[in-house]
Design a protein around this ligand. Structure first.
Ligand SMILES: [Zn+2]
Length: 351
């Protein structure tokens, strides 16, 4: 994300907060509840080049967010209870679900103790290849290549290109450019082939990311044993599902559920689409998840939940707790639904 975009978002959140508009809008746009998306919860790191910092919040911030949710009058509930409230139309109280994507080790090390002490239920959407130590964190491999080199070479549309990335500013700009270029490749295989070559060329150890960052099955079993924790599915290989052939996309969702069930003896009833935006999951995936029998499936399209979402249980929006904006007042604004309502032009559907 560029500095300017961050400044605009921060300015928007600030003005919604300090004008009081978020409180005024809440009855209109607050909906019935919120699903929050979290990735890493870990102590802050000193590096200046952290293009994926939006995906991490500190344990301290999480420990302040949980009581805030309760102060805001929200019920902290599990995904099963959310499903019950949505399908039965039980909207007497607003609710919030906490969801953690991917199955990072810091979910167990840092988030779990905080949530356990608070008696807060949460869900972990597990990518089975990450737990199997076979996953490809292509966005982290790209970060490592750019972090460790002053210039990198890449073949783009048949031409050899060289990119300077000595300064932090150059690294940030290059990461943004290449990340989104990779996300736009027509096939998932192409994205992965390019980064695999890049990692090999610049001696970045692809397998190390999984081993270092992700829970193995024994660690996941510790979480799964706690009734506060819901284990959900997040595909086998973390692909952009919408770019895969229909049968492959369906198999990614279905197989991850079977692998998790075999390893943890719990059959996931809930699914999160990797990346989760319009380019990664669409109507075809929403229909497949429903046909496969998932009770709910979540995107990363930003919105609170409305009563009407009971008719699209496999296309539920979520709001990310973004590491770039770790202020309780921003969380209040996000919970009110006002920021996402503006972003969505006050539309409520998933299309
Ligand atoms: Zn993910």
């Amino acid at each position: 994300m560029t500095g300017l975009r961050k400044t605009i978002i921060r300015g928007g959140l600030e003005s919604l907060y300090f004008s009081g508009a978020h409180a005024a809008l809440k009855p209109l746009v607050g909906g019935v509840g919120v699903i929050l998306t979290l990735h890493h919860v870990r102590p802050p790191r000193p590096e200046r080049f952290q293009p994926n910092r939006l995906l991490e919040i500190t344990p301290h911030f999480l420990s302040r967010v949980v009581p805030l949710l309760r102060r805001c009058g929200l019920d902290l509930i599990s995904l099963d209870e959310m499903h019950r409230r949505l399908t039965e139309g039980d909207f007497a109280r607003r609710f919030v679900c906490l969801t953690f994507d991917d199955g990072y080790r810091d979910t167990l090390a840092y988030a779990y103790p905080i949530l356990k002490a608070a008696g807060a239920p949460f869900a972990v959407y597990v990518t089975s290849s990450f737990a199997d130590r076979l996953g490809e964190f292509w966005w982290l491999a790209l970060e490592a290549v750019i972090a460790r080199n002053d210039r990198i070479g890449l073949v783009i549309e048949g031409k050899n290109r060289t990119f300077a990335c000595a300064s932090v500013a150059e690294k940030r700009a290059l990461y943004d450019e290449l990340y989104w270029w990779l996300r736009r490749r027509p096939t998932e295989a192409e994205t992965r082939d390019i980064v695999r070559d890049l990692a090999a060329c610049y001696q970045v150890d692809y397998a190390a990311f999984c081993k270092e960052l992700c829970m193995g099955w024994q660690e996941l079993a510790q979480l799964a044993a706690d009734p506060l924790v819901t284990i959900g599915a997040h595909t086998v290989n973390h692909p952009m599902l919408a770019k895969l052939p229909a049968e492959t996309a369906r198999a990614e969702m279905d197989l991850s559920r079977s692998v998790i069930e075999a390893a943890l003896m719990v059959r996931p009833q809930h699914l999160a689409y990797p990346f989760g935006d319009q380019t990664a999951a669409g109507p075809r995936e929403f229909a497949a998840a429903a046909e496969l029998g998932f009770k709910t499936a979540v995107t990363t399209r930003p919105s609170v939940l409305f009563a009407s979402h009971r008719r699209q249980l496999t296309a539920l929006p979520r709001i990310s707790l973004n590491g770039e904006y770790q202020q309780l007042r921003y969380v209040r604004v996000l919970l009110s639904g006002s920021a996402t309502a503006m972003l969505n032009g006050f539309r409520r559907d998933a299309a």
